[in-house]
Design a protein. Structure first.
Length: 105
């Protein structure tokens, strides 16, 4: 399946189905260089376990950072996000591609 930008996503109807999640982060304090080193290490460990980070944005508004991640299950995504940055609180959404949502109507 392809996303809005034409990139291939991990979704499939095969046994290897993955899901995408949108993680919204609000910084509790200004991140330090050590914080970023810790996040980089956590991301590298998660990638070895099969979690893919497709996009990372810093944003203006209610949230300070938004990540689009892909994982085999909600549990795998949760395991990764629970190791997340100590300087931020997060909210995670499960995404449903527009095409699939329209089919539900």
């Amino acid at each position: 399946m392809r996303d809005a930008r034409g990139n291939t996503t991990g979704r499939s109807n095969q046994a290897g189905v993955t899901s995408q999640f949108i993680a919204l982060f609000k910084f509790r304090r200004k991140p330090t260089a050590k914080d970023f080193a810790d996040v980089k290490k956590t991301v590298a460990e998660a990638q070895k376990e099969g979690v893919k980070i497709h996009m990372q944005y810093w944003t203006l508004g209610r949230y300070d950072s938004i990540w689009v991640i892909e994982a085999r299950s909600e549990k795998q995504a949760m395991k990764f996000l629970l190791r997340g940055p100590s300087f931020a609180v997060s909210e995670t959404l499960v995404d449903v591609p527009r095409e699939q949502a329209v089919e539900l109507l």
